[in-house]
Design a protein around this ligand. Structure first.
Ligand SMILES: Cc1ncc(COP(=O)(O)O)c(C=O)c1O
Length: 365
């Protein structure tokens, strides 16, 4: 009998899987590590989900999330054919990789099997490339984590303007820096392959780039109900774009990829957008106050357009700060990656949570 390990594809054996933020169950813990919204879903959304827990659980949900796609199409001024819904935007990012990128082992030309992204950005992208056997191109962002212009990328000489798929997080994670629609449009214009603008955090920003999904046939915009709409638990995300690209992804999708309660919750959410917009205002205000107060305490805080900040703490390594804060029941995120390992990523919580964080920081300082 062969060892079970020998049954596994070499690519899978070598894989470094994505490491999600911790979800510990510690009483009284202030959880600022996974960019969840500190405010609950609208009461009507909870009622809608509770009301849907009945004999219907026996049945399959709508396979194409039809009603939800129609509502999203109205929201974005497009057709349902321009919208695909997924089990979180993570599923759609993976689907985009499988739909547009040829595995390198199939011997396609280099660009056809290239998945490229900026460093740092969402740490799932390299994992998606590796699971698919794509060729990974990771290009450093500029000074202060700025988006390089196409001219700069040409000068540097590594960027592939023909890459099958380019993934751009905007506002970026974990930096919080937003790229303007103008800069993104210039990049999209220069790319020949598919570009996904991953706008998971865009509701906390000053502007968005959704219009680029309709201006360019090769650009997709990804959104999620997880962060801004307090629905991480339900796993609903969507992409907007040209019907030909959306249709191609649709063909690769599992038949019942979005669960029924998720569809119910997302539809109810779209009926109560003003509730959520009030929450965005509160989160932005807390973010800006935390930025000011942590700066006054000696932190270097990058200006953020998201529901988190990236902050370089003073006096000792960020990893030590992580432990000191954890000892005070405050959980933030630290990434070991070279470009950001001197920083902590702190999710914006409620005002009382921000006060508790500031108290702990004063104690540690
Ligand atoms: C940049 C970015 N995109 C997408 C996602 C995935 O969100 P979802 O919950 O919709 O899968 C995340 C979650 O952390 C994220 O940070």
């Amino acid at each position: 009998m062969k060892s079970p390990t020998s049954l596994i594809r070499p690519l899978v054996r070598k894989l470094h899987p994505y490491v999600p933020g911790e979800q510990p169950r510690i009483r009284g813990l202030i959880k600022l590590n996974t960019n969840e919204n500190p405010y609950p879903p609208a009461p009507a959304v909870l009622r809608a989900v509770q009301g849907a827990v009945d004999g219907r659980l026996r049945l399959y949900p709508n396979p194409t999330s039809q009603a939800l796609r129609e509502r999203l199409a109205r929201l974005h001024g497009c057709l349902p054919e321009n919208v695909i819904v997924g089990n979180g935007s993570d599923e759609l990012l993976a689907l985009a990789v499988r739909t547009f990128v040829e595995p390198a082992s199939l011997g396609a030309n280099r660009s056809r099997s290239a998945l490229q992204y900026f460093d740092p950005s969402y740490s799932l992208y390299p994992v998606l490339a590796d699971t698919h056997g794509a060729r990974t191109l990771s290009e450093p962002l500029g000074e202060s984590f700025a988006l390089p212009t196409p001219a700069e990328l040409r000068r540097r000489g590594r960027w592939d303007f023909r890459a099958a798929l380019t993934l751009v997080t905007t506002p970026n994670a974990p930096t919080g820096r937003a790229f303007s629609r103008r800069e993104l449009a210039a990049l999209c214009k220069a790319q020949k392959g598919v570009v996904v603008l991953d706008e998971a955090y865009v509701d906390f920003a000053r502007e968005n780039a959704a219009s680029l999904a309709f201006r360019f046939p090769h650009v997709l915009v990804a959104r999620t109900f997880s962060k801004a709409y307090s629905l991480c638990f339900q796993r609903v995300g969507y992409m907007l774009g040209h019907r030909v690209l959306i249709d191609a992804m649709d063909r690769m999708r599992d038949s019942y990829n979005v669960n029924g309660l998720g569809q119910v919750a997302a539809l109810a959410t779209l009926d109560h957008l003003s509730y959520y917009r009030r929450g965005f205002g509160k989160i932005r205000a807390t973010r800006d106050r935390l930025t000011r107060e942590l700066t006054a305490l000696g932190f270097e805080v990058l200006p953020s357009q998201a529901n988190f900040i990236l902050a370089r703490p003073p006096g000792m390594p960020a990893e030590r700060w992580l432990e000191e804060l954890r000892a005070r029941r405050i959980l933030v995120r630290w990434f070991r990656y070279p470009r950001v390992k001197a920083y902590l990523r702190i999710t914006i919580g409620t005002n009382p949570q921000a006060n508790a964080l500031l108290r702990a920081v004063r104690e540690i300082v």
